[in-house]
Each structure stands twice: as structure tokens, then as C-alpha cells.
Design a protein around this ligand. Structure first.
Ligand SMILES: NC(=O)c1ccc[n+]([C@@H]2O[C@H](COP(=O)([O-])OP(=O)(O)OC[C@H]3O[C@@H](n4cnc5c(N)ncnc54)[C@H](OP(=O)(O)O)[C@@H]3O)[C@@H](O)[C@H]2O)c1
Length: 154
């Protein structure tokens, strides 16, 4: 049984890009950042060393666990997590690694073709995942459409 408290959260372009040159492919998207913050606040966030480096610091008011092949493994991070909910926050290597233990996926589709070099590593197919919620909004600054989907494992 997969525990229901482990979620994955990510944002991608329609082509599946999540990163470019060690950072996000897009400029600041206020509403997506707010959604990320609201969901993860006061919970545990698990990320790869490169994502932590890209953020440049621990995320405030969250328990930050950073994975490295010379350090913390995913298994150890799951044991160490003390908060009610656990969010896998990237990047590509860690999304791939955690795929088997994720119950819910919070997906944002950033509807604009930004240049990228890192993609989300797996397809969310409807044999394995069921769409539980879908919402849409526009970022005020860029006028980019954001699609917010929530998928749950079947
Ligand atoms: N759009 C989004 O939602 C989103 C979210 C997060 C990140 N990103 C972007 O994604 C890119 C970074 O992704 P990435 O895939 O290159 O790197 P990453 O997943 O953030 O980190 C990779 C690192 O994780 C560690 N790692 C990998 N496999 C491991 C394992 N089995 N056990 C323990 N540690 C392991 C390794 O650290 P060591 O080298 O120390 O061994 C590896 O170098 C950036 O561009 C970032 O901005 C986008």
C-alpha cells in the first residue's frame, strides 16, 4: 500500500520542460508560487541536491530534506520526515526516484513554450492516475494560462 500522505508537486510547459540551466524555465509566476506555498507550508519537502542549490536556501516554515547520493537517501528521508504531509518537490531525478511511492500529484501546466533542458520524467497515464481536480487561471503579469490539475493514484 502506498501511504496517502506522500504527494509530488511540479510545473511544466506543454512540452514537459521543468527546468532550464539549473533554474525554472519561466519568470516568476505569482499564482503558481502561491499554490506551491499554500500546499507545502508547515509540511515536509523532499528535493534533490540540484533543486536545493537552485533555490539557494531552505524553504522557510517547512521541514527541508535534501537528497544526495553521498548523503540522505529517499528511504531515509521518508523515515526522518516528521510533518503530516510529505511533498516531493523535484527535480527530474527525484521525481523519477519517488514515482513508486507517490499517492497524489499536483501538476501545473504553464501554457507557453519556454526553452528547457530538463523534463518531467514520466507520463501521467489514466490507467494509473485519476484526475481529481482541474482548475485554470491566468497569471496577471505575463498573461500566461496556468492549468492546475490534481491526480490521484488508482
Ligand atoms: N518546474 C518544477 O516544478 C521544478 C521543480 C524542481 C526543480 N526544477 C528544476 O529541475 C532542475 C533540477 O533537476 P535535476 O533532475 O537536474 O536535479 P535534482 O533532481 O534536483 O537533483 C539531482 C541530485 O539528487 C541527488 N540524487 C539523485 N538520485 C538520488 C538517489 N537515488 N538517492 C539520493 N540522492 C539522489 C544527486 O545528488 P548528488 O549529486 O549530491 O549525489 C543528484 O545530483 C532545475 O532546472 C530546477 O530548476 C523544476
Amino acid at each position: 500500500m502506498i501511504p496517502t500522505n506522500v504527494s509530488l508537486i511540479y510545473a511544466m510547459t506543454p512540452n514537459g520542460f521543468i527546468g532550464y540551466d539549473g533554474h525554472l524555465p519561466w519568470p516568476h509566476l505569482k499564482k503558481d508560487m502561491k499554490r506551491f506555498r499554500d500546499l507545502t507550508l508547515h509540511n515536509t519537502v523532499i528535493m534533490g541536491r540540484k533543486t536545493h542549490l537552485s533555490i539557494g536556501k531552505d524553504l522557510p516554515h517547512r521541514e527541508n530534506l535534501v537528497l544526495s547520493r553521498n548523503g540522505l537517501s529517499l528511504e531515509d528521508a521518508l523515515k526522518r520526515a516528521t510533518k503530516e504531509k510529505i511533498f516531493i518537490i523535484g527535480g527530474s531525478e527525484i521525481y523519477s526516484l519517488s514515482r513508486p511511492i507517490v499517492h497524489t500529484i499536483y501538476q501545473t501546466i504553464v501554457c507557453h513554450d519556454f526553452k528547457g533542458d530538463t523534463r518531467f520524467p514520466f507520463e501521467i497515464n489514466t490507467k494509473e492516475w485519476s484526475l481529481k481536480d482541474a482548475d485554470m487561471t491566468t497569471d496577471e503579469n505575463t498573461q500566461i494560462t496556468l492549468k492546475f490539475n490534481v491526480w490521484e493514484r488508482l
